[in-house]
Design a protein around this ligand. Sequence first.
Ligand SMILES: [Fe+2]
Ligand SMILES: [Fe+2]
Length: 350
Amino acid sequence: MDEKSIRKKLLSSDLKTLHRPLGGAGSSPYTPISLAALIPGNRLTFNLYLKVAQKGGQGFKYLPFLKQEEAWETKWQDLLTQKGIDLLYFLNEDLEKAIAYLNNSLLLLKYESAKVSQELLAVFSEHLNLSIRLAFQSSRFGPVVQQAKGHVEDLIERLQQDPTSIKQVWKILYHHYDLYNHSLNICLLGIAFMLSLKRSARETRDMGLAGLFHDVGMIRIPQEIIVKKEPLTPGERAELYHHPEIGYRLLSKETSLSQVPNDVLRLALEHHENADGSGYPLHLPLSRQHSWTRVIRLLDSYESLTVMRPFRPAYKPFEAIKIIREARGPRGPIYDLATLKNFIAFLSAN
Ligand SMILES: [Fe+2]
Ligand SMILES: [Fe+2]
């Protein structure tokens, strides 16, 4: 079947499409890309595929949907959205092409308007999402940190000029859990929350970058531990608990210190430290933590709880807040309650 007949079949509802990726990350030869990040009229520089269920319900396959050099059209967007599909796929080997494509779209959108549109946010986050995918796979963070810095600074400047646009951030958060989506969500929530606290552009930028890179140490943790549904053994837990230190080392070693700001390194190292000193790896009480560790600690948990996981559905925001408010360690609350109060105010205002 070629692209045209597949599109026709989709129109006639003959094709059983899959709305959500299945299986663990990293094992598929295809990478998902959000439809919202494709700009109508722009010619593709890589092939796009549709994920469909195999006949008989056994597994799935990828069918060619749009060829390189074909232009993305609003009608495809509408058709797929109607079917409840929000992702298409490209071959992993085209990852750099897809990043360059999104970078071009981003520059174009930035040039066209000084505002924060839904389109701009969608391209911005998908570009960063694919960029960290590439960086996490190759462990070369320097160029990505550099580029992310520029895009994040630009976004912050636009959001500061029109604070009402902060609300739009909620609409582009990813709902399917994987390491990259999680990192992007923390980046976007971190930026929006820091701006609501009236923090400076530099502090907000560093929180955004910390969101992107805080879990980079997870790339060195065995996949079986990450996807395990049963409770971890003490040995497995000890291994998992190394990821903040590994991330800190990767970020400070693989790039020069001038590229990764010191605050970002500290936040990556401390993002699992608890307010009562019962966290890891350094068991620091609140008074000895970086001033924004309490923010990333809270956002990290809130995001994880409100996103669907393979072993449980997503918690509603108020349920997640309740869990966070009631979480206690041996010496007191795990989360800083003053930060939680500000976060609840931020949730209700946006
Ligand atoms: Fe983590
Ligand atoms: Fe995390």
